[in-house]
Design a protein around this ligand. Structure first.
Ligand SMILES: [Mn+2]
Length: 319
């Protein structure tokens, strides 16, 4: 589907529901706000509903308060799913009859092309890169706060321009977004340097769990989920830790493990050596990108960790 065909569909419909994957990240938030702005600007009725709430660090974006976690009790002409590879990742179920038409715009390579119209490009760094492409190709002139939303999305999906998906195209787009008014330093501060004091104390505890396995090729950090309440932190305070598991030289796979009784969640990171998306896919429901992926093993910590280390050991051998 071309961008013009997409635009024709958007213009021919009246009511829209936007949604994205569970545990909203910057790309989910930025793309939803950008599309929200565009649809509003052409006189459409738009509701944004997500299973999970807006992370506080993105609350500075204009209109961020329109992101709602209250399930809409009505139907829409179009259900537009952004930055989400399959319906399960929405985290809510009652979407089959919520709209006449579904549109999916995404960049996850495990995308199942589940919508009526699928615009999926796994080569781009962020879904926001696609939305930017749409605006530019259709000569849609967007304001500075939409530039800020798109910049936030691309910056966070590239890990602050550190991941391997950071390339010349990404930087050119972001340069243009800066030209259009995105304030790079302020956005960085909000996204990465705005911890609460309890949040930082939580980080200190997690750092102290750092351990190495398989000849120092695997680094892990752990968080018993009960610790969050104990410290008075929030779940989202633990975000960003996973990226730190690949800080040490020689580490091929980093894993940040969040666990409670019979549930152990792995956020996996890699440094090019291994494809952690493939590793995560070996666990039912798991998946993600080559350098960042996740999965949940429904077993206690020790058992789940052993299972994961076995999978990684095999991958390291076959590499
Ligand atoms: Mn994304």
């Amino acid at each position: 589907m071309t961008w013009t065909e997409l635009d024709d569909i958007l213009k021919s419909k009246q009511s829209f529901l936007l949604s994205s994957h569970v545990s909203l990240d910057g790309d989910c938030v930025g793309t939803q706000l950008a599309v929200y702005w565009y649809l509003n600007s052409i006189g459409k009725e738009v509701v944004i509903y997500n299973h999970d709430p807006l992370p506080h660090k993105f609350a500075f974006l204009k209109n961020a308060d329109v992101l709602d976690t209250k399930h809409p009790q009505r139907r829409f002409d179009v259900f537009c799913i952004l930055d989400c590879s399959n319906p399960n990742r929405l985290g809510w179920k009652e979407h089959d009859a919520i709209a006449d038409t579904t549109i999916n715009i995404d960049h996850h390579r495990d995308n199942t092309h589940f919508a009526d119209h699928n615009i999926v490009d796994e080569k781009v760094a962020a879904t926001a890169e696609l939305i930017y492409g749409f605006f530019v190709s259709e000569s849609i002139d967007f304001p500075d706060y939409v530039a800020a939303a798109l910049y936030t999305a691309i910056m966070t999906d590239t890990g602050g321009f550190r991941f391997s998906n950071t390339n010349a195209t990404v930087l050119r787009i972001c340069a243009d977004l800066a030209d259009r008014g995105a304030d790079c330093a302020t956005i960085y501060q909000h996204a990465y340097d705005s911890h609460s004091s309890n949040g930082l104390l939580l980080w200190a505890k997690i750092w102290s769990t750092t351990r190495f396995y398989l000849n120092n090729q695997v680094c892990s950090m752990e968080l018993p989920l009960s610790l969050i309440d104990e410290i008075g932190a929030t779940y989202s305070d633990s975000e960003g830790i996973a990226d730190r598991t690949v800080l040490a030289r020689g580490v091929a796979v980093g894993m940040f493990i969040k666990h409670k009784k019979n549930e152990t969640h792995f956020s996996l990171r890699s440094r090019e050596v291994l494809d952690v998306g493939k590793i995560a896919q070996k666990i039912p429901g798991g998946g993600g990108h080559a350098s960042a992926a996740g999965c949940t093993i429904y077993k206690p910590l020790e058992e789940a960790r052993r299972e994961m280390l076995d999978i990684i050991a095999k991958e390291l051998q076959s590499d």
